[in-house]
Design a protein. Structure first.
Length: 330
């Protein structure tokens, strides 16, 4: 009897908590007048979007990609090249970036998803670095100098706003769509298959799970949303070069943000972004150019701490605390 009562109570509690978090995310920017804090909020949403897209492959399927910046760069460059070549609003290039990312995901995924462990990670790093070298040596793609968007807004379609608030809500809306898909996926056949593949792929295959196909499905969805995140980033910043659009640190950041909050969980990337992005931005603001070096130190420290003490990130720590509390409540 107690179990039947406790389960609905827990579900209701989770719904109330989720509604409270959603309300806080919607209202918080309107209560903050400082433009710097508003910009940090927009960057949190963007980082959470990128990390949540990576989480589909790295968290749920267990395929640790360190070259996901390849898809981010496709979206960013497609948006600004559309403006440079055809004078389109930058966001009009997003569908082309997504299409290119899906094509590359198939070309990259078919051979590399057969690799195991760190071999897959190494392959994705090599492909992302190859793309960066190609862009650096291609004048038509901006070379090492990069490309820019419209200098002044021509219409609303340019998504060029003075205030960071519109970007916050745009990024948040796309993130909400991705989280809804992830929530649905986690309860559908695809989610069960991916978790089985992450746990023990050989055993999953022996039970009839088409592992290669579902890993490719996860990579395709992940690539599409990562490319869209790149397009939105280009629309906000109005500039992209090989380092800001295809730098390996962007991939590392996706991994760390997801791992910090809890890879393979629904809200882990959002929690990780809410912690890591403000820390990075405040450090850069406080120390100027020297803050970038401190950011690298923070990234390294987080990787070591997570690897040693909590591979499941903050989600694992929270689960341990709940288990400890349950034991001492008896």
């Amino acid at each position: 009897m107690s179990a039947s009562i406790t389960a609905p109570a827990r579900s209701a509690g989770r719904l109330v908590f989720a509604a409270f978090v959603l309300l806080a995310l919607l209202v918080w920017p309107l209560l903050v007048e400082n433009v710097f804090y508003q910009r940090v909020g927009a960057l949190v949403m963007l980082a959470a979007l990128s990390a949540s897209a990576w989480n589909l492959v790295g968290g749920y399927a267990g395929q640790i990609s360190i070259g996901h910046v390849l898809f981010f760069g496709c979206g960013a460059y497609a948006s600004l090249l559309g403006f440079t070549w055809f004078e389109w609003p930058p966001i009009m290039g997003a569908p082309f970036g997504i299409a290119l990312s899906l094509l590359l995901a198939v070309l990259v995924g078919l051979p590399t998803l057969r690799l195991k462990g760190h071999y897959f990670s190494m392959a994705t790093i090599a492909l992302a670095e190859l793309a960066r070298i190609i862009v650096v040596n291609s004048p038509s793609l901006g070379g090492g100098v990069g490309i820019s968007g419209p200098a002044i807004p021509r219409s609303m379609a340019d998504l060029s706003f003075i205030s960071p608030l519109p970007y916050y809500y745009i990024f948040g809306a796309v993130l909400a769509v991705l989280l809804l898909f992830t929530w649905w996926m986690g309860r559908a056949r695809m989610g069960f298959y991916l978790r089985a593949i992450r746990g023990q792929e050989r055993a999953a295959r022996s039970l009839g799970v088409p592992a290669q196909r579902y890993k490719l499905y996860a990579l395709l969805v992940s690539a599409g949303f990562t490319s869209l995140a790149g397009s939105l980033y280009a629309a906000m910043v109005g500039f992209v070069d090989p380092d800001s659009g295809l730098g390996i640190l962007l991939s590392v950041k996706m991994v760390i943000v997801s791992a910090l909050g809890g890879a393979g969980t629904l809200f882990g990337p959002l929690v990780g972004a809410a912690i890591l992005v403000p820390l990075e931005e405040f450090t850069n603001a406080a120390f100027g150019g020297d803050g970038t070096g401190i950011t690298y130190v923070v990234y390294g420290a987080i990787i070591m701490l997570i690897s040693r003490y909590a591979p499941g990130g903050l989600a694992e720590i929270l689960a341990r605390l709940k288990a400890w509390g349950a034991r001492h409540a008896r």
